[in-house]
Write a new protein. Structure first.
Length: 122
């Protein structure tokens, strides 16, 4: 907006910036063995054997990122790079969800369904 003297004035609205988050690891449709990406899977499913570090990329004024497995909160990370090491016993289909929040309560989320076979902690 321009004032009477011809100077432009910019106003920043709190909460105008959206928060977004994307799961970087595991990638959809790949086989992971002990956290290493091996090859694309034939059917496009994400298959995890052993423990894995879940990594998320969040954009905006992020205050925290939460990591969920089957809608159960497993970890909260307040600092970049946002990650959580999944090293508990797990077998079968599970949904990984990450949710990023800003200080005003806005949020963004991403989900991925995986098949995991992790029988031990490392």
């Amino acid at each position: 907006m321009r004032d009477a003297t011809g100077v432009f004035e910019c106003t920043r609205y709190k909460g105008a910036v959206n928060v977004s988050v994307k799961i970087k690891k595991p990638s959809r449709g790949y086989l992971y063995i002990f956290g290493r990406q091996i090859i694309p899977t034939v059917l496009g499913n994400t298959l995890i054997i052993g423990p894995i570090t879940i990594e998320a990329d969040a954009r905006g004024e992020v205050s925290r990122v939460e990591f969920y497995v089957d809608n159960s909160l497993r970890s909260t990370d307040y600092d970049e790079p946002y990650s959580w090491h999944w090293d508990e016993f797990a077998m079968g289909w599970h949904e990984i969800k990450v949710v990023a929040y800003d200080n005003s309560g806005k949020e963004g989320e991403d989900k991925i369904s995986v098949v995991i076979f992790n029988w031990c902690r490392i």
